[in-house]
Design a protein around this ligand. Sequence first.
Ligand SMILES: CC(C)(COP(=O)(O)OP(=O)(O)OC[C@H]1O[C@@H](n2cnc3c(N)ncnc32)[C@H](O)[C@@H]1OP(=O)(O)O)[C@@H](O)C(=O)NCCC(=O)NCCS
Length: 222
Amino acid sequence: MAVIRRIEPRDVEGVAACMVACKGSMFGGVTGMRLWRAMAGDAAKGQLLCCVAVEDEKIVAACIAASRHFHWAFLLRHPVLSAEILWHRLKEKFGSKEPVQTDRTGPLPEEIFKYVSREKPPMTWNHCPGADRALFTGTLHEYRGRHIAAGLKQAMARESERPLVGRISAYNVISVRSNHAGGWKMWLDGDSNVVAIKYPDRGAQTSAETNTQVAAAQPNVK
Ligand SMILES: CC(C)(COP(=O)(O)OP(=O)(O)OC[C@H]1O[C@@H](n2cnc3c(N)ncnc32)[C@H](O)[C@@H]1OP(=O)(O)O)[C@@H](O)C(=O)NCCC(=O)NCCS
């Protein structure tokens, strides 16, 4: 059974490995251990919000969120990484373009509209004053489908002091289902994205958490 709790310093390597294995990327496509070690390290120091799922002392899933303005402070704290990110962005902008292979085209999967409203969202990814952004959630492949990510989403809402706003591809049906199971509300955000919103929630337990043992709440990130 997975235990869900706030990240601790001993979790940094495991979180980084989990995020890389789940193909987590930031800053327009940057990935790798160095990036995620820095993100997880900052989270362990309380500069970002991160909850982890631990099973048999292994990090099997993690969810990370940050203030909408965290990028600048992050880049200043990690100058070598910043140079790599800049290099990546320059290559993206001026390098030769490989055709992007994606199956994320065509009509949106009808299933998402069981969970996603077509109404105007109260906030969007680009306009979410006073909210933090949920940046990435990943569950290791062999642990998927057990509502671990849903439990993490619920735990994030309990640990956060501000509303949380996430953006996911509208083609990522599993992530939409997981957000729903974690109690997040969803709206379309543009043509092919979904905005998922959750307000801080100290008490509620969803069915998502009945499958995971949730560690006692830790103090909130300042
Ligand atoms: C999206 C992701 C985090 C979900 O993790 P998870 O722990 O498996 O998710 P959960 O078990 O909480 O819930 C997912 C829902 O999809 C279902 N599901 C999960 N994996 C599935 C699979 N392989 N096939 C079919 N359904 C699946 C679950 O049963 C659940 O649906 P339900 O509530 O109707 O039962 C995981 O698939 C992942 O890491 N993907 C790669 C990274 C990613 O896309 N992240 C999301 C964007 S930030």
